[in-house]
Design a protein. Sequence first.
Length: 671
Amino acid sequence: MAKSKIDDAHWPEDGRRRVVIEGVAPEVDAGAFPVKRAVGERVIVEADAFTDGHDAVASVLRYRHEPDGEWREVVMTALGNDRWQAAFVTAETGFYRYTVSAWIDHFESWRRDLRKRIEAGQDEDLHYRVGAGLLAATAQRAAGVDAGRLTAAAHDLESVGEPGAKRARALDPQLAQLMRRHDARAHAAHYDRELRVRVDRERARFGAWYEFFPRSTGAGGRHGSFADAAARLDDIAAMGFDVVYLPPIHPIGREFRKGRNNALTAAADDVGSPWAIGAREGGHKSVHPELGTLEDFRRFRRRAEELGMEVALDIAFQCAPDHPYVAEHPEWFRRRPDGSIQYAENPPKKYQDILPFDFETEGWRELWAELIDVVRFWASEGVRVFRVDNPHTKPFALWQTLIAAIQADHPETIFLAEAFTRPKVMHRLAKLGFSQSYTYFTWRNSKQELTEYFIELAQSRAREYFRPNVWPNTPDILHAYLQYGGRPAFAIRLTLAATLAASYGVYGPAFELLEDRPREAGSEAYRDSEKYQLRDWDLTRADSLADLMTRLNRIRRENPALHGDWSLCFHRIDNEYLLCYSKRSPDLSNIIVTVVNLDPHHTQSGWVELPLADFGLDDGQPYQVHDLLSGGHYIWYGPHNFVEIDPHSLPGHVFRLRRRLRSEHDFDYYL
């Protein structure tokens, strides 16, 4: 009977390669996008690595920094059920690559079988000779002292000697380690992808943002300047904010300018919306003349940096009808049948003062190049943080190209995506390279909503690439909870934002001064919105939340547990109006337990149940809780303890847990 011929295409590259590697994590969309970390964070990698039969498998995690870093290796630890784990620390910004290799560990297979033989009383000399052969073969690949030690070990297993000594020699852990070091890794398998990690500086993971309009800093209703705005920076820094975010600072269009409260017709003295960018004075690379000059902006930025803050600029890729682009590049805009340029719409909303770009224009390459150059211009002015307006209304590929181009020159640059849109769109933007993303926090107000949403943010696979930045308000959004809850509602939402998320922000004076008037009933738009007019804020008001902001930001800075999102855990408390959750540092040296009253009108009380073992605490020992908001100290016993919160006094408790220790001098103290 004739044998059938096997086509060369059906032969494996190496049929002796018996190990399979799969299920590598973290991995985003089969490696199409990188995961995210900040400098100093670990990348914990897991993988399934297994083989046919019963041979032992060895596996390593391989990683390197791009572009030229050499591969380093970490031995992976068996987790059980053919699952392996190892980790590496990201030491610098940029990109890292990582992958997994695995192979049959013949010496470990031999040692494992030897143990079984010993247990079964089958301690056969022939099996020792097999081990000696493995040692001798490895000695030929080694050199120096290692080669000598391996040769000596092979001789010991070959020679006739006392069985106990021979067993000890064969099972010596140091000998196994030496064999692993010089393993030939014959027929090793390699995962079929090199995965990537985007590593940012710490500010991409942790920070407090404060947004304000420089034009509202002028005294007596006068249009403010950068010099006026700079005078506010000391107060903002004193409140503990890390990033000062400015709405667009460019010239504002005059054609179809909106009036107060978004009126279609503007009065002669109406200042218009900063997002209607461009006029005869210039466009996206120009500064509004009433704010000052480019040199004035530089002084403003330098002053912020002197105070330990960064300036974030708004990137809004859209134009006022009188933006220079409209005359210079009419092909970048879409025409309606009557010949007029299509203005921005989100039916039934109309934005006659804003023209969107036509990203399907034949001149899309030139358009993209110019938009990338806009960001490059401000990066050249020292700006390293950008909040991007409505990125979900522009092509995904534009952002992937733009972010990569800017970070190639300035790897420390951070991009925040303002995208209140569909979840899949938000997540796609995060995958493409945005360092942080706005969230649905504003619309999550009940205990169940907050718990479910933040579990998703902190514990789902999306956390590998989606970094949340939560905002209780924005210039566009005044949620009903704030409209009807009074000062306690603002304090509650501030406390939640500052302790649930490592990154949060507020639309400044409007929040600390409790701005709660909607434009009309059922609206989330502000009455007398600062988007369309100057506002004269009385920052000395007695009911200002500035003191609470200061305390919360100080608590955040002083407690490493609050510097990340992944340790967030919710705890049982027997009251639907009370929310209890904790965050902890990896070594448990810093544990924060927060309890917030979600009811802005009434005092609420309940029993908290804490998992003391998870905190490294003994159920039978008392422990101290220090309320970092009120300053109070309490001794708690066991997992169940009582709390009562009056929202008109404080929104909740931010407890730091301290273990009770006994010193050698026989007195108690707390760590």
